[in-house]
Design a binder for this molecule. Structure first.
Ligand code: SF4
Length: 250
């Protein structure tokens, strides 16, 4: 079984507990107007032009090969309560590969996934028991605004969020703060309504929009033209702390 990945980052410290290795899987069904990893959207390897140098972004790798590479460091992860985090793109777009990889590594290392939640409910339910932590991204609770800014309906995402909340799996909610798009008090209160009182919620992470991401678009032959002011500062409506939910702002 093979999958397509575009980066492996070692010593990551913001993708779950401890020191981690983060695997970036290619392909995403969303089209977020602020996407910080545009090279992760296409499921296929593609060329990137970096300062006049042409490099191939993305490659195929087997489950066994990747699991072997990752498990070599299992003692190091154990020493600092770290582990492996799968992200993308949307990792669940390569559901069979992700499931097989997790089956191989989860008995030996702490496993986490960062997901948009946009995956069939059956797929989401199947991978949950293989994960020690879920980093669940929520962009926008309002369905009309969600569709406008990400290109997809959010019903499936909210269904999977409901499943996650009742699963007992530990999870972190991540909200990218996009100025004038989703940083409103109303959006934060809608998220709060769903997660308030859920014991397995570890914390909320509010991620400030980083306009540097725009620089990657030209490298893959795309134009970055976000429908919001990338220079504006996002509002921090931290309704979560006010409700005794641990929150960090990154
Ligand atoms: S879900 Fe993530 S990878 Fe996919 S388009 Fe949105 S920001 Fe980009």
């Amino acid at each position: 079984m093979q999958g397509t990945i575009f980066s492996i980052e070692e010593f990551a410290v913001n993708d779950g507990p401890g020191i981690r290795t983060t695997i970036f899987l290619k392909g995403c069904p969303l089209r977020c107007a602020w996407c910080h990893n545009p090279e992760g959207i296409s499921p296929e390897p593609q060329y990137m032009d970096k300062k006049g140098e042409r490099t191939l972004c993305g490659y195929r790798i087997t489950v066994d090969e990747l699991a072997g590479q990752l498990l070599k460091n299992k003692d190091i992860y154990a020493l600092n309560n770290g582990g492996i985090t799968l992200t993308g793109g949307e990792p669940l777009l390569q559901a069979d590969f992700v499931r097989e990889l997790l089956r191989k590594i989860n008995p030996f290392v702490h496993t986490a996934i960062e997901t948009s939640g946009y995956a069939p409910v059956s797929v989401f339910k199947e991978v949950l028991p293989l994960l020690d932590l879920v980093l669940f991204d929520i962009k926008q609770m309002d369905p009309v605004l969600h569709k406008r800014y990400t290109g997809v309906d959010n019903r499936l995402i909210l269904k999977n969020l409901e499943t996650l909340c009742s699963s007992g799996n530990k999870f972190i909610i991540r909200v990218p703060l996009i100025p004038g798009v989703n940083d409103t008090k109303e959006n934060m209160q809608s998220i709060l309504k769903v997660v308030k009182g859920v014991e397995s919620l570890v914390r909320i992470e509010l991620l400030r929009y980083n306009k540097i991401a725009g620089a990657k678009y030209s490298m893959i032959g795309k134009v970055y033209n976000p429908p919001f002011d990338p220079d504006a500062l996002p509002q921090i409506n931290n309704v979560f702390e006010e409700n005794n939910i641990k929150t960090i702002i990154l």
